[in-house]
Ligand binder design. Structure first.
Ligand code: BGC
Length: 510
């Protein structure tokens, strides 16, 4: 519907206030920003742009849903298939392994097929994977379904933000990035809600199958839209680029904008970034920061809790599946969404580093408390219902997990993605972001794959204290290596890596 209606339905919108996720995105007038065609100051928000917002939201919700849903499904799967702990971990974690593969090939796919077709392909993969999961006759078919869904998640996790960034005018780009992170947390919340509603029947097939719904909605949302102007120009299809720009901007005269896009593509082609450039000594520091933050975001344990929340609450004395799902829904799901709003509001006012320091401190302390409580509580295992009534330790665990989730959601959750997307120079950004994203998925896989096994080997307390120790490592790493990027344009950040004085000043700014 939206795509063919340019100006008439356009509503004027004042320039957005400093972007929620990153104000530097708004100041970015380098190739990528100009490539969005936002060379004029004030532009209306067209229906096409709103439709692009819907696409990015649906992609985020899907991502989150597939992350969150497994928590409520595990017990039913264990009962039906009578699987080992290892196989349960495989069922949980291979979605991230698929996502790692998807993230790695997404860039090449999006360049070859276009952003639009790539997102459509990802939606079809989701749908197929969801159906395989829902109908799986045995555990290994379920694993294949998880891999297929994961691959779709990985492709979409690169292609959807890329598409949105190329469609949005520069002044709205930060908004679109944070919209995506918010949508991920909403997706996790919706998954928990579905888990809760279905927890009585322990219908894990329906829980997993429901993710086909947003996937099909994504196909409908994407179908009428065109590809990004930047992709058309790159493919030598200037007329289509002009038409796409007219629709997205709601203006007729787009010639100059297409020229700007062409110039920026030529510029990037001249600098000829290869995989070697990404690993060049010059960019070692931002690459180290991007990859380390991506990995530490996972090694501090967020997804152990997102995935195994019900099992943790069962061990903490929440005996009925109902009470476990409720604790997961509100203490993890809702708190995650609300605290993400805080980051959206504060990241540009307080800066990245202060929020990271406060967040990792809150995460670390709450994990120490959770670990201490598990000295008394029974260990976290799948299918462990009826451990006894909720005790004082159980309630303290609940409160500590709320503090942990909130601390993550206003710090490491969104800010890691903000930093990853702003520290690389434009000509290596695509590849470098893919490397960091794949590292993030790999670390997510490690945690999901070995959490329960590690509980067996070093006890639940031991595992939570290891996560706490990684919070300490993150605090140290941020202090030692990460410069403050708040309020800096992408050019300033880029030149900082070769300018020791500017880097030292940014390191000192806390
Ligand atoms: C992380 C995900 C995590 C989510 C939770 C994201 O920033 O990358 O792994 O599941 O936050 O909200």
């Amino acid at each position: 519907m939206a795509a063919d209606v340019p100006a008439p339905d356009a509503v004027p919108m004042p320039d957005a206030p400093p972007g929620p996720a990153t104000d530097t995105a708004h100041q970015d007038v380098t190739s990528a920003a100009r490539a969005t065609g936002d060379t004029a100051g004030r532009r209306p928000v067209t229906r096409t742009l709103i439709a692009v917002g819907v696409v990015i939201m649906l992609a985020g919700v899907l991502f989150g849903y597939d992350q969150g849903v497994i928590s409520g499904a595990l017990d039913g799967i264990k009962k039906d298939f009578n699987v080992s702990t290892f196989l349960l971990e495989v069922i949980t974690s291979w979605v991230t392994l698929g996502a790692m593969g998807g993230a790695l090939v997404a860039g090449a796919l999006a360049d070859r097929l276009g952003r639009r077709l790539t997102i459509l392909l990802a939606s079809l993969l989701f749908t197929a994977g969801a159906l395989i999961e829902a109908l799986a006759p045995g555990a290994w078919v379920l694993v294949i379904g998880r891999l297929v869904v994961g691959f779709g998640v990985g492709v979409a996790s690169v292609a959807a933000p890329l598409y949105a960034a190329e469609m949005a005018p520069a002044r709205l780009r930060g908004r679109f990035v944070s919209l995506y992170q918010l949508a991920i947390t909403i997706g996790i919340f919706v998954a928990y809600l579905v888990d809760y509603v279905l927890s009585h029947s322990s219908s894990w097939r329906a829980m997993l199958g429901v993710s086909a719904v947003p996937a099909i909605l994504l196909v409908f949302a994407m179908w009428p839209l065109s590809d990004s102007p930047r992709w058309y120009v790159k493919a030598g299809r200037r007329a289509e680029a002009e038409q796409a720009l007219r629709r997205v901007q709601g203006t007729e005269d787009v010639d100059a904008d297409v020229d700007v896009i062409q110039a920026s593509i030529d510029e990037d082609a001249r600098s000829g970034a290869t995989w070697g450039t990404v690993f060049a000594a010059q960019w070692r520091r931002p690459l180290l920061i991007g990859v380390m933050l991506a990995v530490l975001q996972q090694l501090t344990g967020i997804n152990a809790i997102i995935y195994y929340a019900n099992q943790i609450f069962a061990a903490a004395g929440f005996t009925s599946p109902d009470s476990q799902s409720l604790a997961t829904l509100w203490a993890v799901g809702a708190v995650n969404v609300v605290a993400t709003f805080v980051a959206v509001a504060w990241v540009d006012r307080f800066g990245r580093k202060p929020l990271l320091f406060i967040g990792t401190t809150g995460m670390g302390l709450s994990l120490v408390v959770v670990g201490a409580m598990f000295l008394k509580l029974s260990k976290v295992t799948p299918g462990s219902t009826a451990v006894g009534a909720t005790t004082g330790e159980g309630l303290i665990t609940l409160v500590a997990l709320v503090v942990f989730i909130a601390s993550f959601a206003f710090s490491l959750g969104p800010i890691v993605w903000t930093i990853i997307n702003e520290i690389f120079p434009s000509h290596v950004r695509g590849k470098a972001v893919a490397v960091a994203t794949a590292a993030n998925w790999f670390a997510a896989w490690l945690v999901a794959q070995f959490f329960l096994t590690l509980v067996d080997v070093i006890t639940t307390t031991g595992v939570f204290w290891v996560f706490a120790a990684f919070c300490g490592v993150t605090f140290w790493f941020v202090r030692r290596y990460v410069p403050e990027t708040k309020g800096k344009s992408l050019e300033q950040i880029q030149s900082m890596w070769g300018d020791p004085a500017a880097l030292a000043a940014a390191m000192a700014a806390e």
